[in-house]
Every structure is written in C-alpha cells, then in structure tokens.
Design a protein around this ligand. Structure first.
Ligand SMILES: C[S@@+](CC[C@H](N)C(=O)[O-])C[C@H]1O[C@@H](n2cnc3c(N)ncnc32)[C@H](O)[C@@H]1O
Length: 206
C-alpha cells in the first residue's frame, strides 16, 4: 500500500465524509440498524454516533484499509459499543450464512472494486428477513451532470481511493437480488457530481 493510501487518504476521506449534509444523511439511515450488524467499509467510524444503541448488540466493522482502521480505533474505543473489526474487503465477508440482522453500507459501494461480489456476500450473511440499509452517492439524474461525472471519474477515482462518481446504486441492488423497500433519492448540498444521494432499505428478493 502506498504512503498516500495508508497515511494521507484516511484523513482526506474522514474530512470529506464528515460534512454536515452527510451527517444529516447518516441520521436518516443509521438508527434503523438493529440486532447484529455488519458495516461494510467501516471507514473512520463516522456512523457510530448515529446507531440506536438500544437496538443493536454488536457491530462487525469490515474495513480492508489499515489506515482507516487506525483512524477508527479511538472512535470505537470511546463509543461503548461492541465493535469487532474485520480486516478484509467486502468481496470476502468471513461471517456465517444467515448470521446478521442488518448490513449497513454508507458511501462505500462507490469504492468497492467488485460491488456485485460484495452484494452476493451481503445476501449470504443476512438472516431471512434481515435488512440492507444503504446511503450512497451515485449517478445523477441530469444528463449534463452525468456528462461531467463521466469526464471526471477517472481522475477522481485515482485520487479518491477508487471511488466512482457514477455508479447506479438502485440498479446495482436490484440486479443483484435485492428488493428496495425504501428508495429515496435527492441532491444533497455540495458539488453536483458528488452529491446525488440514494438511500433506503432493501431485502433479499424472494
Ligand atoms: C468513502 S469511505 C466511506 C467510509 C464510511 N462507510 C463512511 O460512511 O464514512 C469508503 C470506504 O470503503 C473502504 N473500502 C475500499 N475498498 C473496499 C472493499 N473492497 N471492501 C470494503 N470496503 C472497502 C475504504 O477503505 C473506505 O473506508
């Protein structure tokens, strides 16, 4: 891993993901988590303050980047929540089938190199009736914004740890075996190419 990825990127990602609009998004989705939770792409632990601690009993914090886990460690320690790190990518979830009640993914499906594999794994570990809770940025509805997303994506992805501006999040979920139960979309304040958000809940399709 390069010095940039290990030492600089975690701080940049933490700052970028701490904005007021993203905090407001976290407020909407994170408290929905219940029971045993798997968070994919745990990052620096920015979702931790938003969990309803009366509803959850454990969080598996899957995060492949050592730099991000280092950044998250003090947040985890101060949270009083039972958090266990998994130092693997979302494409290789090591948990038992049907073992978690909730999978939470926020602003990580944009970055995971093989989101299809990560979603396959998500379906595998969710208990029957368990929920995927998501909040992501992705492809914008307006063609002029999409054009800029396509133009800027290669350079952006290079500096932003593999993040993609233009993934179609609902399509990705539905074409990989999920039914959307809550499906919300809107621009949140910020650069238009990065601020079209998709959030909601989904269950494995029957
Ligand atoms: C933009 S950050 C979001 C972090 C956190 N979910 C949040 O909402 O603040 C994307 C995260 O995905 C992680 N990531 C990168 N590749 C991944 C993979 N293959 N599987 C799981 N997470 C990955 C990165 O290390 C980073 O922590």
């Amino acid at each position: 891993m390069s010095f940039y990825d290990d030492r600089i990127l975690p701080h940049l990602v933490n700052i970028a993901c701490s904005s007021r609009p993203t905090r407001k998004q976290r407020e909407k989705v994170v408290p929905l988590a219940e029971g045993e939770v798997l968070e994919i792409g745990f990052g620096s632990g920015l979702n931790l303050p938003f969990y309803d601690t009366l509803k959850i009993h454990k969080i598996w914090a899957l995060e492949p980047s050592e730099g991000m886990r280092r950044k998250a460690a003090p947040v985890v320690e101060g949270s009083g929540i039972n958090v266990e790190f998994i130092d693997l990518p979302g494409e290789s979830i090591p948990l038992e089938p049907n073992s978690v009640d909730t999978v939470l993914i926020t602003y990580s499906l944009c970055t995971i190199p093989d989101p299809v594999a990560a979603l396959d794994g998500t379906r595998r570990v969710l208990k029957p009736g368990g929920r995927l809770i998501f909040c992501e940025h992705g492809i914008a509805p307006d063609e002029n914004v999409r054009r800029w997303q396509r133009r800027l994506n290669p350079a952006w992805s290079y500096v932003a740890g593999g993040c993609n501006m233009d993934r179609n999040i609902p399509d990705l979920l539905v074409s990989n075996g999920f039914e959307l139960a809550v499906d919300e979309r809107a621009y949140i304040p910020g650069l238009k190419v990065l601020s079209y958000n998709y959030w909601g809940t989904a269950r494995a399709a029957s």
